[in-house]
Every structure is written in C-alpha cells, then in structure tokens.
Ligand binder design. Structure first.
Ligand SMILES: [Zn+2]
Ligand SMILES: [Zn+2]
Length: 264
C-alpha cells in the first residue's frame, strides 16, 4: 500500500509524509521539528517510525526542522549531491547521516525517481515514489513543468503539485518588482494557469488523487487557485474526472491511500 499526506504546505513551510509498505519517509521539513511531530501525530504516525528524510532543495521553507528532527530520532537524510553542499546544518549531523543520491534508488519498500526542478536553488529535485505498481509524485518549487515531469506524472496515482500564485494577484500585489520577476521566472514557481496546463498535459482521463500545494500566502488563496485552474482547464477543453484538493497550510491534510489496482 502506498499512502501520502501533506503535513504543512506553503511558502511558510513544507513537509509531506509518504509510506510504501513498511517504509515511512518525510519529504522536506520546513516547519519546526516539534510542529512536524505534532503533524505526524495528526495522521497517527509515530516519529520513531520514520526511516528517512528526503530534501528537495535547500530553501528554508523546506529544511527548517530537518537537523533537529533528524538528530532527535536518528533518521538518515537524503539530498542531491549539490544540495548536500548547501545544507547549513550538515556538520550538525552524525557521520554518515547525510547521504547524497545521484541516481534513482530504493529505500526499504519504496523506489524513488528524482525529477529535475527549474528553481533558483543549487540542484533541486521533485520525486516520484513507487511501491507495488502504485506511484505518488511530488513537484513543487519549479518555474517550468518539463516534458520529463509530464512523462513521469502521467502515470501517477497520487500527485502533490504546486499552484503557487495567481498571476493577477502577483502583478497587483505588494512584492517588489525583482521578487515578482523571480517568482514568475523560469527558476521560480508555477502559477495557477501553469498548474492547469500541467494537469491538462498529464490527464489520461482516469481518476487520481491530486493535491495542490505550496500556495503563496500573499499571492494566492485556495479559492482563487481552484477558480483560475478550472477556468484555464475549461479554456483548454479539458474536464478532469476528480476533485482538486488544496493542502492545508499549517496542519496535516488527510492520509490518502492510493489503490494499487487503479495503477497503470
Ligand atoms: Zn524553493
Ligand atoms: Zn518552497
């Protein structure tokens, strides 16, 4: 069985729980370690059961609680080679606790495929997790939704996909121009319209569990994201066969089980 749940999501902090069989991992810890422990308890997971922490990239909204949580529970940390070089807490960890990956690999019952992100970090990655024919993919913090992502996510049963900003809210919002350009640039984030186009590109007509995440607190709202995505999908002539959920910002979302029989 493959399961996932967002633990917190947004520019204020990101963390996601993934379980495949007897292997439990957390992707990113952008909240404090004590908050992460509380969020895991919200979905009935004991922090002592976590087998690994995967890091997508070194921005603080993804790594804030990694060091304290990893040391407290003695959990190995995995990141891309250049991300490892950027982690400010690398020396705080025990020898051998921080591991870099260059290729796709397996941790216990989970196989992991890494997807290159287009983002202003050193070597950022998204991830597809596989267990017994089921797939959960996580793509946030990218200015471009690439062909590689499209190919990988086309087969996913569950997806956490970024819907960072409304182009209208960003344009009319309070951010300085350089920040607006950074967010909307090719090494920034996906807008609601970008996300709708990504959903249209990977839609195979089947049912799947899709959660929208990493919403900006200033330049988006859950209602705006859903409305703008629905409008763009309608414009593209694409009707999805499932509801879009939005990950809660400060608490765990529901634990979502991906049906092994529905996978392709
Ligand atoms: Zn980032
Ligand atoms: Zn981020």
């Amino acid at each position: 069985m493959l399961e996932f749940a967002t633990l917190c999501s947004g520019s204020s902090g990101n963390a996601t729980f993934v379980r495949g069989g007897n292997t439990r991992v957390v992707v990113d810890i952008g909240c404090t370690a004590s908050k992460l422990t509380a969020h895991l308890q919200e979905i009935g997971v004991n922090p002592h059961e976590i087998d690994g922490i995967f890091i997508t990239h070194e921005h603080s909204d993804h790594i804030k609680g990694v060091s304290v949580f990893a040391r407290k529970y003695g959990i190995p940390v995995f990141a891309s080679p250049k991300t490892c070089e950027e982690l400010p807490f690398a020396r705080e960890l025990a020898p051998g606790q921080l591991n870099s990956f260059s290729y796709n690999f397996a941790l216990g019952d989970l196989e992991v495929e890494f997807l290159k992100l287009y983002h202003d970090a050193r070597q950022p990655v998204g991830m597809s997790f596989y267990h017994h024919g089921s797939q959960f993919s996580l793509v946030t913090d990218t200015g471009v939704f690439s062909k590689t992502m499209e190919q990988s996510l086309s087969h996913a049963d569950g997806i956490l996909l970024e819907a960072n900003y409304s182009a209208t809210m960003l344009k009319n919002g309070p951010y300085p121009m350089f920040l607006k350009q950074r967010i909307a640039g090719e090494r920034g984030h996906l807008s609601n319209v970008d996300t709708a186009r990504a959903l249209a590109a990977i839609d195979g007509g089947g049912k799947r569990q899709i959660v929208l995440g990493h919403l900006s607190e200033v330049n988006n709202t859950p209602e705006t994201a859903k409305r703008e995505i629905a409008a763009e999908l309608a414009r593209l002539g694409c009707s999805l066969h499932y509801d879009l959920q939005v990950a809660p910002r400060y608490e765990a979302g529901p634990l979502i089980t991906l049906d092994e029989l529905s996978s392709t």
